[in-house]
Design a protein around this ligand. Structure first.
Ligand code: TMP
Length: 264
């Protein structure tokens, strides 16, 4: 039944659908699927700061695979199907809702700056924020009023997005705490998955140390992209440690960044 299996199309022959800052999307092997390719590019401050960090894409591919597989397993719908190789995963094509959905448990980053709350302060409850995905405008924060008035999502869709965000937060908080990591905040993106005439909102994009703030429980060491934003160095080492603690990578497994490698 080999013909039923998706075939891997050589990268040079694939049709590029979209190129983002850290990932590229290619046409998938079957209708309704895409291939999500993780690059080594790191950007911050709307790409004003840019560097290639050898190995970052491989780590994010593995960490995001692990998280999305677990979300699928607990009934949180996502776009993720399976990992294909070191840098790529097969995903369902969704209609991305142009919002960055941020969930915060502890004050840090822009919340600390804007409201003058000291980094590390536990918030009275989890806070959900929406940012409109628009590079030209620097992804401004928006309210539900803006989202519904401008038709980016309906009130029902916002309810679904918030319910997903809370479930992801509960799952990730527990997952990371179990391996000595505090989930400070994170960002998700959601998409509309069409199945015939039916549509449901699913978690899309990636969940990785690029899109989360992760602090070591004991030392408060940063194990996320803030290491790049703040020029702290040691990003690959920190992401490797996250992968190692989650049991994704064996203690002595090096991050191989070159050469083709098919998995399973
Ligand atoms: P912030 O404190 O800079 O607003 O970031 C909140 C969370 O969202 C943090 O975990 C980092 C993540 N994030 C992204 O994934 N992409 C972005 O473009 C920004 C600004 C933040």
């Amino acid at each position: 039944m080999d013909f039923l299996k998706p075939r891997l199309i050589p990268m040079t022959r694939r049709r590029k659908i979209y190129e983002g800052k850290a990932k590229t999307l290619y046409e998938g092997p079957e209708p309704g699927t895409l291939i999500q390719h993780f690059k080594d590019d790191a950007t911050a401050f709307n790409a004003q700061k840019h560097e290639i960090i050898d190995g970052k894409g491989v780590l994010n591919n593995r960490i995001s695979e692990y998280i999305f597989n677990n979300l699928n397993a607990i009934g949180v719908p996502t776009h993720f199907i399976r990992r294909l190789n070191m840098r790529e995963q097969l995903i369902r094509e969704v209609e991305i809702i142009p919002l960055e959905v941020v969930v915060r448990n502890v004050a840090a980053g822009s919340l600390s700056t804007k409201l003058g709350i000291e980094e590390g302060t536990q918030l009275p409850r989890s806070i959900i924020e929406f940012y409109y995905k628009k590079d030209e405008l620097n992804d401004p924060m928006v309210s539900e009023e803006h989202i519904t008035a401008f038709g980016w999502a309906t009130p029902q869709e916002i309810d679904d997005i918030m319910a997903l965000a809370i479930r992801v937060n509960d799952f990730l908080s527990g997952l990371f705490l179990g391996v000595g990591i505090r989930l400070i905040d994170f960002k998700i993106e959601c998409g509309r998955l069409w199945e015939g005439d039916m549509m449901r909102i699913v978690v899309a994009d990636e969940i990785s140390p690029d899109s989360c703030r992760l602090w070591d429980v004991k030392s408060n060491d940063k194990m996320d992209k803030d290491r790049f934003r703040k020029d702290m160095g040691g990003l690959v080492e920190a992401y490797t440690e996250v992968a190692r603690r989650l049991g994704i990578m064996k203690d002595d497994e090096p991050v191989r960044t070159s050469g083709p490698k098919l998995v399973q």
